[in-house]
Design a protein around this ligand. Structure first.
Ligand code: ATP
Length: 777
């Protein structure tokens, strides 16, 4: 019988876990390497890096290096992969893999974490599968002795998906894909400005031979007029379809045309659709006659430092990979680490690799329904979102009969957060496609309630398509946002206005105040029948403190701003003296952004309101800093960061802590405080916030329109008539407000009772080498 327990480590030595990056480089690979190295050391193992991918494994020697804790310092903020990557022909063949096996055994490595695309992971799985045979062959040919190979009878392999294409089945995101998407959106945003100035059309080619994720998501995030992806080729009349849509958008007054095409785009019969072909169509003198240019983005899509998401995703997945190695038994199928919505999971690698290959096969066989079905539901969701927000009045099939049309009010409540406008744009476009009347309420409930005597002065007016079309990438709130609650203007007055404007549904986009506002309206339904309409909230706040969800739109933009800020600050430290920066973050009474930013920049400590700060804790952290700087040889002059949430303590603020550190450091190092303030709300929203805003906003309007029976009775008795949409674990869910208010909300602290990210604080501490400091009682 095969043992169910992990094989014992080779006698007398600690386990050796190696990490390698392979295939095309992707932003975040360094985060993965850092996390694997540090977590392995933390767990009492030795950490190794294999340089230059499989090539290094086949060559051995200097390509296989033992790593120490400090070797990976500062890696989170570096682009590409610092341990190199290569395409290795030798590893495709058994003799190459035999040499790789020998090098592994000679270096005492018994587990390998590989971060790469589907090719690299296919190779990894093959390697593990063949391993027993390779080991036998090494013995039978006399290259190694039985004693030498004995401790290495089982090989543990764990895959991390590092690829910008996001083409791996079974995971929503690969390490690097959001950074690449960020780069693409940045470029499209630049191009849009010039396109609009000259009233031009641009055809933008993005990467993706078999996978249209980058093209599709860029289309959703930028509000492109048309996209071409390999999995779902347009119908045979695509030329007319594209020209009709572009012509319609122009007719509505749009001055720019953006068409995004994946490099692997083709028609239903497998004929390639090239950017030149699209350009010729748009420029055709007898047709649209648009001044059209082509931009091929190429390798800029790979380049640069990782966005916040890729930094913490790679970090958390690296940690999980080491845990998976340590949990593995000889019979555990080779896992890879996936993420589904917000949940990191282990899944069988073989299945994912097979499913991924199936997509390419289905595309080749022109079975596009199958290709789409093999992609995650999220992908189809985005595809549908894209289609319904770009075709508006041209899409008769989507239009509801007039008796089902609703007057849907849209209001922003709280403080601006990236993605609020994108959500509004999507909701409006969806409403128009369905035949509803979307109504803008300006400046929150305070603006809505403005009046002179009995005369309402608040601006409430129907949106039109052209007005919102340019909002996909705009930061702030175009219709104005305010924190005021309905009760502050009087629920009676607000109810009268609801009646006056004959709202059939209410869509609130906002933060904790939005949540609170919705709670007030829901509770007042008995008294004010005007509130007996379906109402839903899309959480949008940089603080990510809205109960009912683990993710609020705007929080990703904020994290990116913070990460950029911290990188810049860190650099200034390396150029001058050795410094500790104490950076104050926003976040209200939730330590979410401080913690996630801490994870993304490798902060030495993060102070949160949930945990608080005590003098003992500060003393322990200062002692630790002294030790850290004392050990520094002087080559590493880069700064250290401490992140403190603005409400972590009533007494110890960033300045005071920085002063205390400086005093204690006695000139051995310096300390400064720094407050990024409103920079954290972000300029241009991140692609994640934009795309999720679109997807979730459409789901919200779909939810509102699902109430065909909107009688007061039905609304009063149906708990789903007032809801908050959220991402919880691996799912997108609507939760009844009443439940969330009563069971999930810490009203005093304005945050969820259970904060899903709390365990991540421990990970920040472990990976930064923070000792187990005393926590406040
Ligand atoms: P990307 O998504 O960036 O293309 P990838 O991991 O898919 O990354 P590949 O070039 O396909 O990139 O694979 C990287 C390396 O993995 C190859 O050079 C080769 O050494 C190894 N490899 C790929 N496929 C196999 C296979 N079927 N058998 C053995 N090794 C393989």
């Amino acid at each position: 019988m095969v043992s169910q327990h992990p094989p014992p480590p080779p006698a007398g030595k600690r386990r050796r876990i190696a990490v390698m990056t392979s295939g095309g480089d992707s932003p975040g690979m360094n985060g993965a390497t850092r996390a694997v190295v540090r977590m392995a050391i933390e767990k009492g193992c030795e950490a190794y890096c294999i340089y230059e991918g499989y090539e290094g494994l086949v060559q051995g020697g200097k390509f296989i290096r033992k790593m120490e804790w400090s070797d990976v310092r500062g890696w989170l903020s570096e682009g590409g992969t610092l341990i190199g990557t290569a395409r290795c022909m030798a590893f495709y063949e058994r003799p190459g893999r035999l040499r790789a096996a020998k090098n592994m055994i000679l270096n005492g490595i018994d587990a390998l974490v590989i971060c790469g695309g589907d090719g690299s992971l296919t190779g990894a799985d093959k390697f593990r599968h063949e391993w027993p045979g390779l080991v036998d062959e090494l013995v039978s040919t006399g290259e190694l002795t039985t004693e030498q190979v004995e401790p290495y009878r089982h090989l543990n392999i764990v895959g991390l998906v590092g690829s910008i294409d996001n083409d791996m089945s079974g995971t929503d995101a690969t390490i690097g894909c959001f950074s690449a998407l960020g780069r693409i959106c940045e470029m499209v945003d630049y191009i849009e400005a010039t396109a609009s100035s000259h009233s031009r059309a641009f055809v933008i080619e993005v990467m993706g031979r078999h996978c249209g994720w980058l093209a599709l998501m860029a289309g959703v995030a930028t509000g492109a007029d048309f996209v071409f992806i390999p999995e779902k080729p347009r119908a045979d009349n695509w030329k007319e379809e594209m020209c009709t849509i572009v012509a319609r958008h122009r007719q509505l007054g749009k001055r720019k045309t953006i068409v995004i095409v994946a490099e692997g785009a083709h028609d239903q019969h497998g004929n390639k659709i090239s950017p030149e072909q699209i350009k010729d169509l748009l420029a055709d003198k007898n047709g649209l006659a648009l001044d059209t240019r082509i931009t091929t983005l190429g390798h800029v899509q790979r380049g640069g430092t990782a966005c916040a998401y890729d930094r913490y995703l790679s970090t958390l997945q690296g940690v999980e990979a080491v845990n998976a190695v340590l949990d593995a038994t000889p019979t555990t199928p080779t896992p890879f680490i996936a993420i589904n919505e917000n949940k990191i999971t282990r899944k069988p690698l073989v299945q994912a690799v097979e499913d991924t290959k199936e997509v390419a096969k289905a595309i080749e066989a022109q079975d596009f329904d199958r290709a789409m079905s093999l992609r995650d539901t999220e992908f189809s969701d985005y595809y549908n979102s894209y289609m319904t927000t770009t075709t508006t009045d041209l899409n008769d099939a989507m239009r509801l009969p007039s008796k089902k049309h609703m007057r849907i009010a849209i209001i922003h409540v709280g403080a601006p957060a990236g993605g609020v406008n994108a959500a509004t744009r999507a909701a409006v476009a969806y409403c128009l496609t369905r035949g509803h009347t979307p109504l803008a309420i300006h400046n929150g409930f305070a603006g809505f309630a403005r009046h002179h005597g009995d005369k309402p002065l608040g601006a409430v007016r129907p949106f039109d398509w052209l007005e919102v079309d340019g909002w996909a990438s705009k930061g702030g709130s175009e219709i104005g946002m305010n924190r005021e609650l309905p009760s502050e203007s009087g629920l009676d007055h607000i109810a009268k206005l609801f009646e006056l404007y004959k709202f059939d549904g209410l869509f609130i986009i906002g933060g904790f105040e939005g949540f609170h506002a919705l709670s007030e309206l829901r509770k007042a339904r008995e008294q004010y029948p005007a509130f007996c309409i379906p109402m839903t909230l899309l959480p949008a706040t940089i603080s990510n403190n809205v109960p009912g969800t683990e993710y609020s739109i705007g929080s990703d933009t904020c994290l990116n701003e913070l990460v950029r800020y911290c990188d810049t600050i860190k650099q200034s430290a390396s150029a001058s003296r050795r410094r500790v920066f104490v950076i104050e973050t926003q976040g209200g009474r939730s330590g979410y952004i401080a913690t996630l930013a801490g994870l993304s920049v490798g902060a030495v400590a993060v102070y949160t309101p949930e945990e608080g700060i005590s003098i003992e804790m500060l003393a322990a952290d200062i002692k630790h800093l002294k030790e850290v700087f004392a050990q520094d040889s002087g080559q590493s002059r880069a700064g250290r960061l401490i992140l403190i949430n603005e409400k972590a303590s009533k007494v110890y603020n960033a300045k005071l802590i920085a002063d205390m550190i400086r005093e204690e450091a006695r000139d051995r190092f310096e300390s400064r405080d720094s407050i990024p303030g409103h920079v954290q709300q972000g300029g241009t929203p991140s692609p994640m916030d934009r795309t999720r805003a679109v997807r979730l906003a459409i789901k919200c309007i779909e939810h509102l329109e699902s109430f065909e029976d909107r009688s007061a009775d039905k609304i009063m008795t149906d708990p789903m008539s007032s809801t908050v949409i959220g991402i919880k674990g691996a799912s997108v869910v609507f939760s009844p407000m009443k439940d969330v208010e009563e069971n999930e909300t810490d009203w005093a602290n304005r945050r969820p009772k259970h904060e899903f990210w709390m365990p991540l604080k421990h990970t920040v501490d472990v990976l930064s080498g923070r000792p187990d400091v005393p926590r406040p009682e």
